[in-house]
Design a protein around this ligand. Structure first.
Ligand SMILES: CC(C)(COP(=O)(O)OP(=O)(O)OC[C@H]1O[C@@H](n2cnc3c(N)ncnc32)[C@H](O)[C@@H]1OP(=O)(O)O)[C@@H](O)C(=O)NCCC(=O)NCCS
Length: 183
């Protein structure tokens, strides 16, 4: 029942469900793998993954952040293709800035999962109304992620340094107003 409710909040072009405590293994595959993290400053330590999942689950259940898992097959919701997240910065000079991030596991890449998932989240953000302009900061050399931004309708603003998981990255700065810019 809980899962059906979670599904019903998302559009049908891609199945998304809220992150669950059981997604630790998927997080490890996404965040502790050198290839997956090549454009994100390298893998993060395995030891912090349970805490990151716990925070993402708690914030998502509180409807403060939207952290969703991409589900290729509704009959097997524990199998995930990747994740997509939308959150709002809570401190520093970017306080109030809405940001998205996404990851798709290697065996699911190149099948439009990222594009469809990012679009679905932006459609929900548009309908929800609280997020305003949404920003994304893929690494300058991250061809696939910059292509996702371009194909969904983000506009390139410029470059900037951002910190991700404690590392400084040189990124492109993209923005989209989901109420007017979704392609
Ligand atoms: C970036 C990533 C999420 C892309 O996921 P994906 O599901 O393979 O992407 P999609 O299939 O949805 O592709 C979306 C668009 O990007 C293009 N694209 C995908 N991979 C590409 C690549 N390597 N080079 C150039 N363009 C690429 C697609 O052609 C498509 O554009 P189109 O609709 O105009 O044809 C995935 O490669 C990934 O997780 N990489 C490692 C983690 C990472 O870097 N995350 C992003 C951090 S900002």
């Amino acid at each position: 029942m809980g899962e059906m409710l979670a599904y019903s909040r998302w559009r049908p072009s891609v199945l998304l469900r809220d992150v669950e405590p059981s997604d630790v293994a998927a997080y490890v595959r996404m965040r502790c793998d050198p290839a997956m993290m090549a454009e994100l400053g390298g893998p993060v330590p395995r030891a912090g993954i349970e805490a990151k999942v716990e925070t993402d689950v708690r914030r998502t259940r509180a409807d403060e952040w939207w952290v969703a898992m991409i589900v290729p097959d509704a009959a097997a919701p524990e199998v995930v293709a990747g994740s997509v997240a939308l959150w709002s910065h809570e401190d520093g000079e970017d306080v109030g800035l809405s940001e998205m991030g996404w990851m798709v596991l290697p065996e699911f890449q190149g099948q439009r999962y990222a594009k469809r998932a990012v679009r679905a989240v932006l459609e929900r953000a548009r309908d929800d109304g609280r997020w305003g302009v949404v920003h994304a900061f893929p690494g300058v050399s991250n061809a696939a992620s910059n292509a996702v931004c371009r194909s969904v309708g983000f506009t390139l603003v410029g470059e900037r340094n951002v910190s991700f998981a404690g590392r400084e990255l040189r990124t492109n700065h993209w923005r989209i107003d989901p109420s007017t810019d979704l392609t």
